[in-house]
Design a protein around this ligand. Structure first.
Ligand code: SIN
Ligand code: CO
Length: 393
């Protein structure tokens, strides 16, 4: 999987190789990695984070354990300046989601996690807490790498199965009642604690601290079914209808007979029987941004020669945050999925496609060395036109 990658690529896994991490820890057990990113310092300051939490388009929460209107009070963003003025000295946490979509340096942090497929990435959430700030002992349903970005935080975990346990009643948060720590570690900037889904954890700030949660997505059966069904019915009219020209006289009109049930089952299964249709739907589904319809394939007047010169002059392009890119190899073709749309390329474009999908900064020279042909350069020009690739000036 890592073949052809930059040999200098660093993995935030300490002494562990990506293969060891995947075999022993991923989705299996917690893993503490001391100085996973040595000397790491969160590029977003507490003040900047508070500013982001006040923006309409940003998803944020304040959790006030003590000193709010009730224990573990939750205030949902967009927050206002006065929300911050009313805060107690200690025992609260500010959480801001999807910071990778807003902040280029936080976005590029995701390049460290290329040992997990792109399509599994959800977002980077950043929390700020003064001394004793916490969101309480809880469970998450996703994998997370908790990267300490400033200050010290103590993490307590327990691998007991708390899923059927009692959570404290009457709260906005699902906080585990009677949580007991099985292991405790203090994390300093650059340390990472990896947690698989369902491991109970409880982080308490020992001093003002910032924690970055690199979260991974695992779609549920319900989400998959719902989205697939939606995708299948778009533009299709009502489809074929149930037919029973050979209907025998039933012994009772109240019965749904085994023959009718078998016909319905066959009709339903036929909708899921085309592997290629399923694979392509999944690529489009998983690359879709929440609440946004892609418009990349729309007609646009794009001069790819002008773009190529501009790209060469600036030597690199950044990819904007929140864009999910993934590809499927199918015989002699590669299908690239982006923003819920799919684009077909010849197999010879694979090295260039791998550079685009594997890096949040695309270097002109590296791309040329990988063999970027005209159709692919035209495609990049399209991404540039729609702001998915951009230069800093
Ligand atoms: C935090 O950063 O305070 C909470 C992160 C988590 O527990 O998932
Ligand atoms: Co959590």
């Amino acid at each position: 999987m890592l073949k052809g990658r930059d040999k200098q690529q660093q993995f935030p896994l300490g002494e562990l190789s990506p293969e060891q991490f995947l075999a022993e820890y991923w989705q299996k057990q917690p893993c503490l990695i001391r100085q996973a990113i040595p000397g790491y310092h969160c590029p977003v300051s507490p003040e900047e984070l508070a500013g982001l939490a006040c923006e309409d388009t940003v998803s944020s929460r304040l959790v006030i354990e003590k000193g709010g209107s009730s224990p573990w009070q939750v205030k949902h963003g967009p927050l206002q300046e006065q929300d911050f003025q009313q805060l107690p000295e200690t025992h609260w946490t500010l959480l801001v989601q999807n910071v990778d979509q807003i902040h280029p340096e936080v976005h590029r942090l995701l390049d460290y996690f290329c040992f997990i497929p792109n399509w599994r990435i959800d977002d980077v959430m950043i929390s700020y807490a003064p001394e004793s700030g916490s969101v309480g002992p809880h469970l998450d349903s996703y994998d997370v790498f908790l990267l300490q970005g400033m200050g010290r935080r103590e993490w307590h975990i327990n691998r007991l199965d708390y899923s059927t346990t009692d959570f404290i009643e009457g709260l906005d948060l699902r906080i585990i009642e009677n949580f007991q720590a099985e292991e405790t570690w203090e994390l300093v900037p650059g340390d990472i604690l990896y947690l698989p889904p369902g491991v109970a954890h409880y982080g308490i700030a020992k001093e003002p601290c910032l924690t970055l949660s690199v979260g991974f997505l695992a779609p549920s059966e319900t989400e998959l079914l719902g989205s697939f069904a939606d995708d299948q019915i778009i533009g299709r009219g009502e489809g074929r209808r149930y037919m029973d020209a050979d209907l025998p006289l039933q012994s009772h009109c109240g019965e749904i007979t085994p023959e009718s049930l078998e016909r319905i089952r066959t009709m339903m299964r036929a909708q899921l029987s085309d592997d290629r249709q399923l694979d392509h739907w999944f690529g489009r589904y998983i690359s879709r941004r929440q609440g946004e319809e892609g418009h990349l394939s729309e007609d646009a007047n794009i001069d790819s020669a002008v773009f190529a010169r501009h790209f060469a002059e600036s030597s690199y392009l950044n990819r904007s945050g929140g864009i999910r890119l993934a590809y499927i190899i199918e015989d002699d073709d590669v299908f690239l999925f982006i923003d819920g749309e799919e684009f077909r390329f010849k197999r010879r474009s694979l090295p260039a496609i791998q550079l685009l999908t594997g890096n949040r900064r695309l270097e002109y020279n590296t791309l040329q060395a990988a063999g970027c042909d005209q159709p692919f350069m035209q495609f990049l020009a399209r991404l540039y036109h729609y702001g998915i690739l951009y230069t800093e000036d």
